[in-house]
Ligand binder design. Sequence first.
Ligand code: ATP
Ligand code: MG
Length: 153
Amino acid sequence: SATDPQRIVSRAVARFSEHHPEHALIVETKDPLPMLKADPAMLRRALDNLLENAHKYSNVDQPIRLRAQTVVLPGQTTVLEIDIADAGIGIDSVDLPHVFTPFFRSDRSRARKTGGVGLGLPLARRIVRAHGGDIVIRSEVGIGTSATVRIPI
Ligand code: ATP
Ligand code: MG
């Protein structure tokens, strides 16, 4: 059914701020986002997982940034792009290819107090791919990580 991406983003942001009032989340939405055919509960779950990672793998004095916009790709496909970026611990380049593998967790993340089972990213990707899109993760150790969701409109 027709879903308002703006609403999905707002609700994910509101929930995040409710759970982590101490961690700043800067939201930037460019131009009105067009409606798309999507399962709102599923998309929200995917965003929740990405926001939770940004929180878990950074410190509260490092604001998280969420940017939502529509982008026209070279092949002329228009996509909804939601980018969640943190300035946290980052992901080692040898670990990066494995982060979407179920139960994978880097040693760096295991060393943190915040546990997890390693299913957040596999699930998020599954959801986004079910919508015809994908998630791309970029990261640098000590600099931070960004997760970019792209879903064709
Ligand atoms: P779960 O999401 O199941 O609670 P998790 O967060 O460990 O556990 P994923 O969300 O699937 O699992 O992420 C897999 C691994 O990828 C993490 O354990 C961590 O090593 C790495 N990772 C994911 N997001 C980030 C991030 N924003 N910064 C640094 N490392 C990350
Ligand atoms: Mg996770």
